[in-house]
Ligand binder design. Sequence first.
Ligand SMILES: [Zn+2]
Length: 201
Amino acid sequence: MTHDEPGPGQTYAIQARQAIAILRKQGPAIEIEIRWCPAHKGIPGNEVADKRAKLAASEPYDHGVEWLTLADGTRASRYYQLKSGHALTGVYLKSTDNRPDDHCWWCDPDNMSGTPQTRDHLFKHCSRWKDQQAKLWARVKEETKRGKRKWHVEDLLADERCSPAVLDFLRTTYVGQAAPPVEGSWDSDEEEEERAVAAAG
Ligand SMILES: [Zn+2]
């Protein structure tokens, strides 16, 4: 395995990662090896794995498999972060004390209008992503017969029918991807925290 990001069959992948995390905590010296088994016969646990894989393939949504994880890992995690509200947006970063204010760094970089960078703003109003928004909402309307004004972004992100359009929006924008540094803050704060942790531990 080159990485341990959840892929298709995400629920099971997450469960596996959690199991690994628990094992590591209990015994840091335990060596964990992940192996690819080409055949399923005669290997304990493989019958179960096989069954689950087949279930997941036949009824993906019922078994926690979301096709969107086929998108690259970074984009999938941006999607989940936006979905949960814990994404790199002005409002979230302000609420976690990682930015001094919540204004939109794209359309209001000097905080002249004080436009809060909410998910709603990014998906519907931010002038930086106008073209991408137009494409997104046209596609959503085609798919669901509901127009932009009838959608709360929260519902948009929760609706599987809209996932392809949303993922395309994320692919063509930097929404939820990175925040510009704030003068004299992030790095020094982090260093301070690291020092504090080192002193305590
Ligand atoms: Zn904006």
